[in-house]
Design a protein around this ligand. Structure first.
Ligand SMILES: [Zn+2]
Length: 87
C-alpha cells in the first residue's frame, strides 16, 4: 500500500505543541518525511524490478528457443518469428 507523503510532516497531529519527538507525549508520528518518501520509492522500484524480471524471463525463453543464434538482433528474431507464425 502506497503511503501518502504529500500532506505529511513530522509531528503531524501532535496535540501537545511539541517541537520534536522528545517533547511529544501524545504519540504523534515523528517519522521523518524522507523515510516515507524512500518507502514509496522502494515500492515503485520493486514494481519496476518485477516488470524487468518478467521481461527477462520472456527474453530468456525466446533466446533458449532460437539458440545458438542468440547474437542476432532481437528485432530480427522477433520479426522472423512473427512471419513464421503467419505462414
Ligand atoms: Zn504530541
Amino acid at each position: 500500500m502506497k503511503q501518502t507523503t504529500e500532506d505529511y510532516y513530522e509531528g503531524k497531529g501532535c496535540r501537545c505543541l511539541a517541537k520534536s519527538q522528545g517533547e511529544c507525549a501524545c504519540g504523534a508520528d515523528w517519522t521523518p518525511k524522507e523515510v516515507y518518501r524512500l518507502r514509496d520509492e522502494i515500492v515503485s522500484l520493486r514494481e519496476q524490478l518485477e516488470e524487468l524480471n518478467n521481461e527477462y524471463l520472456i527474453l530468456y525463453e525466446l533466446a533458449s528457443e532460437v539458440w545458438p543464434i542468440t547474437n542476432r538482433p532481437l528485432s530480427i528474431v522477433l520479426s522472423e518469428r512473427e512471419q513464421a507464425e503467419e505462414l
